[in-house]
Design a protein around this ligand. Structure first.
Ligand SMILES: [Zn+2]
Length: 185
């Protein structure tokens, strides 16, 4: 029994066909910590920076030339993550946008076989896709190759190369446990 209006869609293992047939919509705010590969790209304390706001909307579309209808999904996302500026090594808030259409095909073999000919991205219906992984893949692709400030803030430059900090302190910060081991001896 289908009750599309009451349906709770599972983004970890989406029934993409049912989602499309119901004209399903998912809107979620996902903390960066839920996306570990993206989190790894983020500078220092950006875990506190907040959520990725994203949405998936789906519909059935007719195939060409008598082909059966297939499920399509539109994925959009907005996020701001702090990356490491490659000039001053300070954090640079970087907006990321995703706006992409996917067509679902039966399985991964079909997706691979059709990938070269399709303009849209293909996803397999089975195994059921994890939308968090799809989202994370797209956000990773949206990352700039070389993150840079438009104008590097001067105080960040000074902090990055601070002549006032004695070497010992730096070593302590970098290897707190190694330093502890040394103290024990
Ligand atoms: Zn910079």
């Amino acid at each position: 029994m289908k009750t599309p209006h009451k349906h709770t869609w599972n983004p970890d293992r989406l029934d993409a066909r049912a989602f499309a047939e119901a004209g399903g919509v998912l809107q979620l705010d996902t903390p960066l910590s839920r996306l570990p590969r993206l989190r790894n790209e983020a500078a220092g304390e950006s875990a506190a920076l907040g959520d990725v706001r994203w949405a998936a909307r789906s519909e059935m579309r007719p195939g060409g030339a008598g082909a059966p209808r297939s499920p399509w999904m539109h994925l959009t996302a907005h996020a701001t993550i702090a990356l490491t500026c490659q000039r001053c090594l300070g954090p640079v808030d970087t907006p990321l946008e995703v706006d992409r259409w996917f067509r679902f095909v039966a399985d991964e073999a079909t997706a691979e076989a059709q990938d070269d000919d399709a303009e849209e991205d293909l996803l397999a219906l089975e195994p059921r896709p994890n939308l968090f992984e799809v989202l994370e893949d797209e956000l990773l692709m949206a990352l700039p190759l070389v993150p840079l400030h438009g104008t590097c803030p001067v105080d960040v430059v000074l902090k990055a190369v601070d002549p006032e900090v004695p070497d010992e302190d730096v070593a302590m910060r970098k290897h707190p446990f190694a330093a502890l081991e040394r103290l024990k001896k």
